[in-house]
Design a protein around this ligand. Structure first.
Ligand code: PMP
Ligand code: GLN
Length: 382
């Protein structure tokens, strides 16, 4: 039978994050590859989830998510971005941002519709579009700076464009879109019927006193946008796989048609736990300072290496050029670095459909200071 199986994703293997984490484990390397914290979440959050389980919140929650958590999301989005989403009809709790993005694509895209991605982009976007039978239209971010190039995005728009996917703060480059960028995008999309999927999972990790510009804050974008975030990133619990999507009622209605047959609901005690935790304090307000410290420590250490540092305005990623260190391809360099030096990074080529290699690798600095220092000692030896 297996020879009859025609792959829906013929070009897809195991994700680079899984591959590099396995290699890091095999060689006991300091894993700065896959993006996840190596420090624990707040005990109060663990207790809140445990309390929810012991209180008997262990059966299916409402399809759109536990009401208290949707209320908490509505409060947060309104407080930060000034737009009120109705928790009943405009907010859905998802199994991480990944499921939110895939479900939004499945809800939006019809066979042959074009969806624009800005490369480099997170590795789930392109397979998601393909699973939705869409046509991927790749537009490069500006080489070197990774800033959006609106003339190139404009040139890629056609009457078949169904959606555009954006991501700020950006994985992998750490670029953060400015107010001017968001206004330019709003003006560009105004005369079109193009939907927006705005991946804002790193919304609380913006540095140097800058602020995150959410699509929620721009009426001309919000009216056409699925805005996606992830509790995993915000509360240091990537393994819980809980996220959310906010979108106007008509969009949410279509989203939930897919969502209910995709996961139906997301695990109940985590939702109650997160809701209770968010009730007591706005913990995310401390994240810029928390992560900026790590970024600054890591950058100061990298300045003592032969790597060339690129900016990191947001997210928990730091990219470096490897040209002064090695002539290997990015992917070979990351394997060599893991096996010979004992530090794991991710090649930027993994974020391009065609594997474009520009001699840049990504490190994740969501790590204890001790972990970062151990990695830096090794990197400084090269
Ligand atoms: N989008 C981006 C840009 C990401 O970096 C990630 C991270 N892992 C995701 C989406 C997926 O998030 P989640 O783990 O909540 O599915
Ligand atoms: N988003 C994380 C990263 O970019 C990894 C998530 C995953 O392993 N799929 O490193």
């Amino acid at each position: 039978m297996s020879e009859l199986l025609k792959s829906r994703l013929p070009n897809v293997g195991t994700t680079i994050f899984t591959v590099m984490s396995a290699l890091a484990n095999e060689h006991q390397a300091v894993n700065l590859g896959q993006g996840f914290p190596d420090f624990p979440c707040d005990t109060a959050l663990l207790n809140a989830v445990s309390d929810a389980m012991h209180a008997g919140h262990n059966q299916y929650p409402p399809m759109g998510g536990v009401a208290a958590l949707r209320d908490a999301v509505a409060r947060k989005v309104q407080a930060l971005y000034g737009r009120r989403y109705d928790p009943v009809s405009e907010i859905t709790i998802t199994a991480g941002a990944t499921q939110a993005i895939l479900s939004a694509l499945l809800a939006l895209v019809h066979p042959g519709d074009e969806v624009i991605v800005l490369e480099p982009c997170y590795d789930s976007y392109v397979p998601g579009i393909e699973l939705a039978s869409g046509k991927v239209v790749r537009v490069p971010l500006t080489p070197g700076s990774f800033r959006p190039d609106f003339s190139r995005i404009a040139a890629a728009l056609s009457h078949r464009t169904r959606a555009l996917m954006i991501n700020s703060p950006h994985n992998p480059s750490g670029t953060v879109w400015s107010d001017a960028d968001m206004l330019a995008l709003q003006a560009l999309l105004a005369p079109t019927n193009v939907y927006l999927i705005s991946d804002e999972v790193y919304e609380h990790m913006v540095f140097d006193g800058h602020r995150h510009c959410s699509a929620a804050n721009y009426p001309g974008l919000a009216e056409r946008a699925f805005i996606v975030s992830s509790f995993g990133k915000t509360y240091h619990v990537t393994g819980w796989k809980v996220g959310y999507v906010v979108a106007p009622t008509a969009l949410t209605k279509e989203f939930r048609k897919v969502h209910q047959f995709n996961v139906f609901t997301v695990n109940t005690p985590m939702q109650y736990g997160l809701a209770a935790y968010m009730e007591h304090a706005d913990h995310y307000l401390g994240l810029p300072t928390f992560y900026q410290r790590k970024r600054d420590l890591f950058r100061a250490g990298l300045a003592q290496t032969k790597f060339t540092l690129l900016p990191s305005e947001g997210s928990f990623f730091q990219c470096v050029q490897i040209g002064n260190v090695s002539a290997l391809s990015e992917a070979d360099f990351c394997r060599w670095l893991t096996i010979e030096i004992g530090v794991t990074a991710i090649p930027l080529s993994a974020f391009y459909v065609d594997g474009f290699d520009q001699g840049i690798v990504r490190f994740c600095f969501a790590k204890e200071e001790g972990t970062l220092n151990r990695a830096l000692q090794r990197l400084q030896q090269i």
